[in-house]
Design a protein around this ligand. Structure first.
Ligand code: FAD
Length: 383
């Protein structure tokens, strides 16, 4: 594949890492991104502000020589701290030997990966390019360019679809024979809220753990940021008696938080503003197979396996797609068809497994994370 001209569609976390790794193999890599260059944007909008990065993700980043640099801008979380209704705290360590997952800013991680890719002469970014269609026989991609939506066309030897859960590249494969696809929404959605830093810049709670307020039908979590703030996420039913739909006035928000998350409220001076200004987003599981179309198109990251965030493994498993792809690359590099087929065959079951685990962990986190007998019961069930 070394001499090939390839396209990466979607410059998110997975696409940006993939671009670096393809460039290291000497390929001509054009990276297309629907949005403007986020390095020039004032604020980074979109999904979750920070993410939990685990060993799986670090292993992939290390292929780009980048793991330590990312560790340096991350905060280790050594366990999870549960807040009960009365504000009592329970702590569960993630491991016996100081194992941790790391809270990292999505924007910072994405920017660093883009800068790294830019250092390669054989990588070219094209922002404001939204993939609209692919003519599979010629592998010609049609993009809508910026606000004018002017159409541009480019042809490639191979196309990598890393354009996220609602992937346009996958949309093209969905119209081909024998392509399997499913999408399932949770009845719950999420909204991001915020605990600002203390006036002296320190964190208002222990920053070295992931905080959880498990409340049965729903939950809230908080991950630390480097600037002393926490990004807080409320996972909550979309509809029903107690839901985003029903908590719809300032008074109801204040009452609900005071009675449900009393120990969090003093840390939330902008609660009401945040609740009404921040979007309510949905949670979806997307599965498909195969992830490739012949030797022409390959899907990686959320484009091939979008999962709910409760196992903290969506990005990590997407980054792992990249490391596994390059582990298999040397064996098959002279036969792209064999490489794409083998990769899809190996990774589809992995994607399905992590999707199941993420759904399972939702029940554990919201219902049981505060239950001391839970681990014991799990042991008994296994026996
Ligand atoms: P994306 O990050 O979605 O990037 C896709 C890119 O493609 C974007 O830049 C987009 O603009 C671009 N694009 C889209 N369509 C087009 C098009 N037509 N043409 C060109 N470009 C296009 N994962 C973890 O590992 N740990 C966590 O703690 C974690 N927390 C999460 C919390 C929440 C609330 C959510 C929703 C997700 C969380 N995830 C987490 C999952 C993680 O966000 C995703 O798995 C990860 O972002 C996937 O990366 P990606 O590059 O595949 O896709």
């Amino acid at each position: 594949m070394e001499e090939k001209k390839v396209a990466v569609v979607g410059a998110g976390l997975v696409g940006s890492l993939l671009a670096v790794l393809l460039a290291k193999k000497g390929m001509q890599v054009d990276v297309f991104e629907r949005r403007p260059d986020l390095r020039k944007a004032k604020a980074i909008g979109g999904r979750s502000i920070n993410l939990a990065l685990s060993n799986r993700g670090f292993k992939a980043l290390s292929l780009a020589g980048f793991d330590q640099e990312i560790r340096d801008i991350s905060i280790p979380m050594y366990g999870r701290k549960m807040h009960d209704l009365k504000g009592n705290l329970t702590y569960q360590a993630y491991g016996k030997d100081n194992e941790a997952i790391y809270s990292v800013s999505r924007g910072q991680l994405n920017q660093k990966l883009m800068n790294l890719a830019d250092d390669f002469e054989n990588v070219k970014y094209r922002f404001d390019h939204a993939c609209e269609d692919i003519d599979l026989p010629s592998n010609k991609i049609t993009f809508a360019n910026g606000e004018s939506k002017e159409k541009n066309h480019y042809s490639y030897d191979q196309i990598f679809g890393t354009d996220g859960a609602f992937s346009s590249v996958r949309g093209v494969l969905q119209k081909t024979p024998m392509f399997n696809y499913s999408q399932d929404y949770l009845p719950h959605g999420y909204k991001e809220l915020n605990f600002p830093a203390n006036p002296d810049g320190t964190h208002c709670m222990d920053k070295n753990c992931l905080h959880i307020w498990p409340r049965g039908e729903f939950m809230m979590i908080a991950l630390p940021n480097l600037d002393g703030s926490f990004t807080v996420t409320l996972f909550f039913p979309m509809k029903g008696e107690v839901s985003f739909e029903s908590i719809d006035t300032e008074e109801k928000v204040v009452d609900f938080f005071n009675s449900t998350f009393a120990d969090a409220v003093p840390h939330m001076p902008t609660l009401v503003d945040d609740y009404f200004s921040n979007p309510t987003s949905t949670l979806v599981t997307i599965r498909c197979s195969p992830w490739n179309y012949e030797d022409k198109v390959m899907l990686l990251g959320d484009a091939s396996h979008a999962i709910v965030p409760f196992y903290g493994q969506g990005m990590n498993s997407g980054l792992e797609d990249c490391s596994v792809f390059f582990e298999m690359y040397d064996e098959h590099k002279d036969d792209v068809n064999a490489l794409f087929e083998a990769f899809s065959k190996q990774r589809v079951p992995d994607g399905n497994a992590i999707a199941d685990l993420a759904l399972y962990n939702y029940i554990e986190m919201r219902d049981l994370a505060g239950d001391k007998d839970f681990l014991l019961r799990k042991k008994i069930e296994r026996k």
